[in-house]
Write a protein that binds this ligand. Structure first.
Ligand SMILES: C[S@@+](CC[C@H](N)C(=O)[O-])C[C@H]1O[C@@H](n2cnc3c(N)ncnc32)[C@H](O)[C@@H]1O
Length: 257
C-alpha cells in the first residue's frame, strides 16, 4: 500500500480519489438530501440534533464541519450557530456545496441498475435550510493540515472522517486546540479502518495488538477533554435502486476543559 504523503497533494491518499468522482457526489447528495430509507433517519440531521442535545445551554457563535462532503451537516449546524466554517478535501464535494448554497438546488443523477440513471434534485428550500444557508463558509482543505484561521469554535463536527485520515491522532490533537474552553467536539465513525486511507500503525483502534477506537481517542484527548456522551447513529447509503450500505456509526461527544 502506498504510504500517504506527509504533505497534501491532489489525491491525498489512494482511497480519497473516490470522493472526486461524479458518482460519489451524486451518492452523497442523495445520502444528505434524499428521502429516508428503511426508516433510518437522515444521518447529518441526526448528528447535529444529537450535538444540540449536548450543547449545555451554551450559544454557538462559531461552528466547524470538518470533512463536510456535500454540506448537509454544515447547513444543519447553521440553524443553531451564527457562523459555520465547513471544508472538505474533495474539490468536487465543495463545488457541490457552493452551487447548492448559491442556487438553492442542485440536480444530479443516481444509478438505478447497470448504466441506467434517474434524475434527482437536492433542495435547500425543501429542507427548510434556505434562510440560514448564507451563514456557512465552504472551502477546500486538509484536516491534517488545519489552516491557522480555523479557530475559536464552540462546536466542531467531524462526521465519519477520523478513519479516512492519514494522521488521525495528529488531527485530534490539533482540532481540539481550535475549540474554545467548554466547547464541544463531536466525532462520528463506524471505525472502518483501511490501509488505503490510514497506515496501520496510525490506526487509533482495531489492531490485533490494541483496543477499540473509542479508547484510542480517549487516550489522545485525555488531557484536553471529557467524554460527555456516546451513542449509536445508524445510516443508509444508497448504491443502486436495490443495493444499500447500512452502517452504525458511534458518535462521541467531547467537552474541552
Ligand atoms: C466518509 S465521508 C463522510 C462525509 C460526511 N462528513 C458525512 O458524514 O456524510 C469522508 C469525508 O472526509 C473527506 N476527507 C477525507 N480526508 C480528508 C482530509 N484529510 N481533510 C478533509 N476532508 C477529508 C472526504 O473527502 C469525505 O468527504
Amino acid at each position: 500500500m502506498p504510504t500517504p504523503p506527509d504533505a497534501p497533494d491532489d489525491a491525498i491518499t489512494p482511497g480519497s480519489r473516490i470522493y472526486e468522482t461524479d458518482d460519489s457526489v451524486a451518492q452523497y447528495l442523495e445520502f444528505h438530501y434524499g428521502a429516508e430509507l428503511f426508516g433510518v433517519a437522515n444521518f447529518p440531521l441526526a448528528c447535529i440534533a444529537a450535538a444540540v442535545e449536548h450543547r449545555d445551554g451554551r450559544p454557538w457563535k462559531r461552528g466547524l464541519d470538518v470533512g463536510c462532503a456535500v454540506g448537509r451537516s454544515s447547513f444543519e449546524m447553521a440553524r443553531h450557530a451564527d457562523h459555520v466554517d465547513a471544508f472538505d478535501f474533495s474539490a468536487a464535494f465543495v463545488a457541490a456545496c457552493e452551487r447548492l448554497q448559491a442556487e438553492g438546488e442542485l440536480n444530479y443523477l443516481i444509478p438505478t441498475e447497470g448504466l441506467l440513471r434517474e434524475p434527482r434534485c437536492a433542495s435547500l428550500k425543501a429542507n427548510g435550510l434556505e434562510e440560514t444557508a448564507g451563514r456557512v463558509q465552504f472551502g477546500v482543505g486538509d484536516a491534517c493540515r488545519l489552516a491557522a484561521e480555523l479557530t475559536d469554535y464552540d462546536v466542531v463536527f467531524a462526521g465519519n472522517l477520523i478513519d479516512r485520515l492519514y494522521e488521525p491522532a495528529a488531527f485530534l490533537r490539533e482540532i481540539v486546540s481550535r475549540v474554545v474552553p467548554g466547547g464541544l467536539l463531536v466525532i462520528t465513525s463506524p471505525y472502518t479502518w483501511l490501509e488505503d486511507y490510514t497506515p496501520v500503525d496510525r490506526w487509533l483502534g482495531g489492531r490485533p495488538d490494541g483496543g477499540k477506537t473509542l479508547d484510542g481517542m480517549r487516550q489522545v484527548l485525555a488531557d484536553s477533554c471529557d467524554l460527555v456522551g456516546c451513542e449509536d447513529i445508524p445510516f443508509v447509503i444508497r448504491e443502486t435502486a436495490r443495493k444499500h450500505q447500512h452502517t452504525v456509526a458511534e458518535a462521541s461527544f467531547w467537552r474541552k476543559h
